[in-house]
Write a protein that binds this ligand. Structure first.
Ligand code: AMP
Length: 173
């Protein structure tokens, strides 16, 4: 197990029975964890001329901003409905039961800007697939997708098949 992986805490049955929640707060609480995870998430994109890092609420905001600083890029948040104050674009996506939606400021990404999409964890991939669709609708060019953790057994990568996806920690059980 890598040093970074050892700083992630498994919390069984949260937020509901049967889910093993990957708690990144112990990693965030150490300087080595925060810096190490930021460096590892940014590394594949250092020479890719990223203009913007787009992070998904809420844990995508943490590494979204640190990785943006590491890449010399700006940061744009994707939020749950009703949180962003100006005009938005929105997308809905299916969950196991029901559906959810996300929003981005309509003027947050300009046509042709080079974008790195980022979240803490890839599970089924539905959230990131919808987020990528939103950024592409605004004319952004998605250069890559970065996660700290990938739950490989859920095959979320399949939903992002047309993108360059990097995960620092791959969990395959
Ligand atoms: P998905 O759309 O299924 O890929 O879900 C991804 C989103 O749900 C991410 O924003 C994650 O933070 C969160 N998530 C899903 N499963 C877990 C898990 N086992 N532990 C922590 N966060 C999770």
């Amino acid at each position: 197990m890598s040093e970074l992986e050892s700083m992630i805490r498994d919390v069984p049955d949260f937020p509901k029975k049967g889910i093993i929640f990957k708690d990144i707060t112990p990693l965030l609480a150490t300087p080595q964890g925060l810096a190490g995870a930021t460096e590892a998430m940014a590394a594949p994109f250092l020479d890719r001329q990223i203009d913007l890092v787009v992070g998904i609420e809420s844990r995508g905001f943490i590494f979204g901003t640190t990785v943006a600083m590491a890449l010399g890029a700006g940061f744009v948040p994707i939020r749950k409905p009703g949180k962003l104050p100006a005009a938005t674009a929105s997308a809905s996506y299916d969950l196991e039961y029901g559906s959810d939606s996300i929003e981005i400021h309509a003027d947050a990404v300009r046509k042709g800007q080079r974008v790195l999409m980022l979240d803490d964890l890839l599970a089924t991939g539905g959230t990131m697939q919808a987020a990528c669709g939103l950024v592409e609708k605004l004319g952004g060019r998605i250069v890559g997708v970065s996660f700290l953790i990938e739950l490989a057994f859920l095959d979320g990568r399949k939903k992002l098949a047309n993108h360059d996806v990097h995960s620092v920690i791959v969990v395959s059980y």
